[in-house]
Design a binder for this molecule. Structure first.
Ligand code: AMP
Length: 280
């Protein structure tokens, strides 16, 4: 039988383990998550495993990236199942810090990252990227990891983290992993567990509409309007955005833009579903 997965819950224990590895000349990779792990998260672990000697997976449902009306209290939490999955896939350590470790009562700092953080997710969740940036920066500083990996599923978040690393000269390599989907195309997400049967059927059409948008030969604005209407016709309650942007900056593309990305966020009731893919 394999030995149980080591778990650290505070910075001292984490740093002790990491310094043992570093003294042995081993490189360390980090996979930050909020838990309720699915194949998307596990693919990131698999991916980074091939590129470093030791892998730390973190689980922390980060309160600073949730607004008061959002689902912080109901976000799925399943630590035991998560640790079993992390161990089975061959990560070396789970870092599951307490809220007190991440945000002691005296904590009083914030971070604003510019660039790709403007618009899209920030329009609906103005607090979101500050919360993500602060927790990810803390995880980088606490773990002293050499590399960290993030999913393209949260494409804007990936660009914001790359921007933070560049602007602040953080000595870490940022890797990215492709989106892992259910058989019908729905991007895997811990929040898919909120969908009832009827909503789950509607959710499947998001990826089909995204694909049409990404491949559309219509002028951009027309393609975006068409995608939004197709989502509403499919049964989505509302559409936060269905858009084509510059894949590197998320600015509205110009004729000179080389790489484009189609991004959609649509709502089923309170549930926000995100998806994106490379566009023509
Ligand atoms: P979360 O637990 O939702 O904060 O996600 C943790 C990491 O997993 C982030 O880097 C996400 O982008 C990534 N991730 C979430 N869902 C997927 C997916 N379906 N495919 C690939 N990566 C994902």
């Amino acid at each position: 039988m394999s030995s149980p997965l080591p778990i650290c819950r505070d910075v001292t224990a984490l740093r002790d383990q990491v310094s043992i590895w570093k003294n042995q000349g081993l490189s360390v990779g980090l996979v930050p998550t909020m838990g309720a792990l699915h194949q998307g998260h596990l693919s990131l672990i698999e991916n980074i495993k091939g590129q470093v000697d030791r892998v730390i997976t973190t689980i922390f449902v980060n309160p600073t990236q949730f607004a008061a009306h959002e689902d912080l209290n109901t976000y799925p939490r399943q630590e035991q199942e998560d640790c079993a999955k992390i161990g089975d896939i061959g990560a070396d350590l789970a870092y599951i810090p307490t809220a007190e470790t991440m945000y002691p009562e005296s904590f009083d700092s914030s971070l604003r990252i510019g660039g790709a953080s403007h618009g899209l997710e920030s329009d609906a969740r103005p607090h979101f990227f500050s919360g993500v940036a602060i927790v990810v920066l803390k995880l980088f500083m606490q773990s002293q990891a050499d590399k960290a990996i993030f999913g393209e599923k949260d494409y804007q978040q990936l660009l914001v983290i790359k921007k933070m690393v560049k602007d602040l000269d953080i000595p870490i390599d940022i890797l990215s992993g492709e989106i892992i989907r259910e058989a019908d195309g729905l991007a895997m997400s811990s929040r898919n567990a909120y969908l009832d049967l009827e909503q789950r059927k509607i959710a499947a059409s998001l990826n089909a509409v995204l694909r049409q948008l990404a491949l559309s030969e219509l002028p951009r604005e027309q393609a975006e309007t068409q995608a939004e209407q197709a989502l509403l016709d499919a049964g989505f309650t509302s559409v936060d955005y269905a858009t084509i942007r510059d894949a590197d900056t998320l600015a509205v593309p110009s004729p000179a833009t080389q790489r484009r990305r189609a991004l959609i966020v649509a709502r089923l009731g309170e549930i926000r579903l995100l998806d994106n893919m490379a566009a023509r």
